[in-house]
Ligand binder design. Structure first.
Ligand code: ME8
Length: 659
């Protein structure tokens, strides 16, 4: 079959739960796949997860599980990647996990082929590495000394490694970028040429020895294959290329891909490294790589590692997958960045879905029920208001197609909604409630309602790639049978059978109380943030065995010990003992002498002027054969290593009691 269409999403890192940014790209890919299927293409839609690499290895270690357990949980576990795509109604044909055996074996074969053809060779890597991005950079590529992709610090790295002869392909890649429409939108071409090709393409380090969680190089198993090689070839291994999990006739049938949808930050990998490796393998190149923009939150990129992410689960469960899908593709031009906000989402649902299409459908079906019991009569009269609406609706499929072929979802949807707005205006112009008043205008009324139902039908066909569930409901409400749901039928006004049964039923999209809803979403997000904050851990103090406890004493007994702060006014070593220091202290009333066994840890000049705690009413004790009399003791604790540590007090406490 000639009209095949092979489309892919990036394979996402299962290092954390996926967020609205991943959902955005996957929903766009799904809408494109559904659109092509609607048009009769034999579609292969591939998505999956990129499960190897140091980041995942580190995350698993932090979580105290094996890397395989870690990724299994994120991909297959509750509310994991697969659950999310199910909730979002993503109609992928295949899901690849790079830890799948067939993929691992195929990557080993691919690596070996490039080694054997001389495009991969062994050398020493010296450079900078960004661990979160798994990217090596040269000094000149860094932005202010940090990773140019994510802005985080890089580390020095040096290791024996295999290299891919990327430099060899520089001219061919430049030609591909500049002289073909391989990379879209066109505006991304300059950036690639300017930032990467013009400074000179260096050979790429394609193996690692610093961690284990990857595909081992089978002829040198100290090394694992660089995660990006492992990842990029997923687009072909998932079709059975060099493996026996899938029949390689899938590869023959679907490769090259028609388009890879990827975020703009990984355009470099897809438009430079990927085609160069395919050239090395003598494989055909994908027809297009489309670098879509980012969803931003408060002007910054949403990212798992920054922790500022929007949860698609919450939004889809609250407002329906279709509403979220529609919003994502209608509000943000696919090729550029856009600011996400809950306000935008709710306004979009209220304006377009509850008001425009919701009202058009409910007014049309309600009037068909009210005036004709749900089935329009065959006798119908045309009117002067019809021509403009019919002409607009008849042109819609062509306009929509032109936009969709450019991956301009936003414009395609805007075109459909312009027709919906026109149809609502048509209701006001024809005033069906007036026509319903006289028997002689009933045929005109029937025609008006038919035209409205027909408009809804055609719009619904074109909206179905974006809102598949809603459109099935719409078809049911206007009585559109299978023949009236096809792409072909969207070209012709008048396909809906005249005797179709129209039913009003429930509203598709109830209006949302915006202020209340936004406040609730904000409260949920705050609560989540607080719950995600790492709990402040109490320092755990080492417990030790204490063997010299004293018997309990009464408070009165304790009060008999007179503890006071005293200032050390003089201090000296004595020749009779290495252990003792002779301290002169002022206790607020008088000076006294205290002999203390701290000479090993304190020199006299460390102590003079300091205020220390002393026991004042200890009976004086003669020391060193009576040469000295010690009149008290100073507070000092034993450290773990058995040294003495003196407690010091501030100046305004000298002479005060210590309680
Ligand atoms: O890069 N706005 O995986 P990843 C829009 N494993 N799209 C966003 C986004 C945002 N804020 N955040 C993420 C990887 N995305 C590699 C890919 S492919 C062979 C290997 C989307 O989990 C966007 O499509 O970091 C981006 O390119 C992708 O998720 C990155 O997902």
């Amino acid at each position: 079959m000639n009209n095949k269409f092979y489309i892919t999403t990036p394979i996402y890192y299962p290092s954390d739960k996926l967020h609205i940014g991943h959902t955005y790209c996957t929903v766009a890919t799904d809408a494109m796949a559904r659109y092509k299927r609607l048009r009769g293409y034999d579609v292969m839609f591939l998505t999956g997860t990129d499960e190897h690499g140091q980041k995942i290895e580190n995350k698993a270690a932090e979580a105290g599980v094996t890397p395989q357990q870690f990724v299994d949980n994120i991909v297959e576990g509750e509310k994991g990647v697969k659950d999310l795509w199910k909730l979002m109604n993503v109609s992928y044909d295949r899901f690849i996990r790079t830890t799948d055996d067939y993929h691992v074996a195929a990557i080993q074969r691919i690596f070996k082929k490039m080694y054997e053809n001389g495009d991969i060779y062994k050398s020493t890597y010296k450079g900078k590495y960004c661990t979160p991005c798994e990217s090596f950079w040269t000094e000149s590529q860094l932005t202010d000394g940090c990773c140019p992709d994510c802005g985080r610090p890089v580390v020095d790295a040096e290791e024996e490694a295999y290299f891919f002869r990327l430099s060899k392909y520089a001219d061919r890649i430049r030609d591909l970028l500049e002289n073909t429409d391989f990379l879209l939108p066109r505006s991304r071409v300059n950036e690639m040429v300017h930032n990467f090709i013009e400074p000179g393409l260096e050979d790429l380090c394609v193996s690692r020895t610093s961690f284990k969680w990857g595909v081992p190089v089978d002829f040198d198993d100290k090394h694992v294959v660089y995660v990006w090689i492992d990842a990029l070839f997923n687009y072909t291994t998932a079709l059975g290329f060099l493996n026996d999990r899938y029949d390689d006739s899938d590869y023959a049938k679907y490769w090259p891909a028609d388009v890879h949808f990827v975020g703009k930050e990984i355009v470099r990998f897809h438009s430079i490294i990927w085609p160069a490796m395919l050239m090395s393998m003598n494989m055909p190149l994908p027809k297009h790589v489309f670098g879509h923009g980012w969803l931003l939150l408060d002007g910054g990129k949403m990212s798992k590692s920054k922790g500022n992410v929007v949860d698609p689960y919450l939004l889809a469960e609250r407002y329906s997958a279709d509403a979220l899908r529609y919003f994502l593709l209608r509000d943000f031009p696919f090729g550029s960045d856009g600011n996400f906000s809950n306000e935008l989402l709710i306004n979009r649902i209220n304006t377009d879905l509850a008001n425009d299409i919701g009202n058009l459908l409910s007014r049309t079906t309600a009037m068909a029920e009210k005036y004709f019991g749900g089935t329009l009569p065959a006798e119908q009269t045309e009117g002067t208001e019809d021509a403009e609406l019919i002409s607009m609706v008849s042109k819609l499929r062509g306009q929509y197609e032109a936009q969709m072929e450019k991956y301009a979802f936003q414009s395609a949807l805007a075109d459909v909604f312009a027709v919906i707005a026109r149809a609502n205006k048509y209701i006001d112009e024809t005033a069906p409630w007036v026509l319903a008043k006289k028997p002689e205008t009933m045929p005109r009324l029937a025609r008006v309602l038919y035209n409205l139902a027909e408009t809804v039908r055609i719009c619904s066909i074109l909206l179905s790639p974006v809102m598949p569930e809603t459109c099935v409901k719409i078809f049911e409400k206007i009585g559109a049978d299978e023949n009236a749901r096809t792409w072909e039928s969207a070209e012709t006004f008048g396909v809906l059978p005249v005797n179709a049964v129209l039913v009003k039923g429930e509203n598709l999209f109830p209006r949302i109380d915006a202020a209340k809803e936004i406040a609730e979403l904000e409260a949920i997000s705050q609560a989540k943030k607080a719950a995600d904050q790492p709990k402040e851990e109490k320092p755990t103090l080492p417990v030790r065995e204490i063997t010299d406890h004293e018997p309990e004493i009464s408070f009165d007994d304790f009060c008999k010990v007179e503890l006071r702060v005293a200032k050390i006014t003089a201090c000296e070593n004595i020749k009779e003992s290495k252990k003792l220091l002779k301290l002169t202290v002022f206790d607020g009333e008088r000076e006294r002498c205290i002999m203390s066994g701290i000479a090993k840890w304190y020199k006299p000049d460390m102590l003079v002027g300091k205020n220390v705690g002393i026991v004042c009413n200890l009976a004086p004790r003669a020391m060193m054969g009576g040469k000295y009399v010690s009149e008290g003791m100073i507070f000092a604790a034993d450290t773990e290593k058995g040294a003495a540590s003196i407690a010091f007090f501030p100046d305004d406490t000298v002479g005060s009691r210590i309680h």
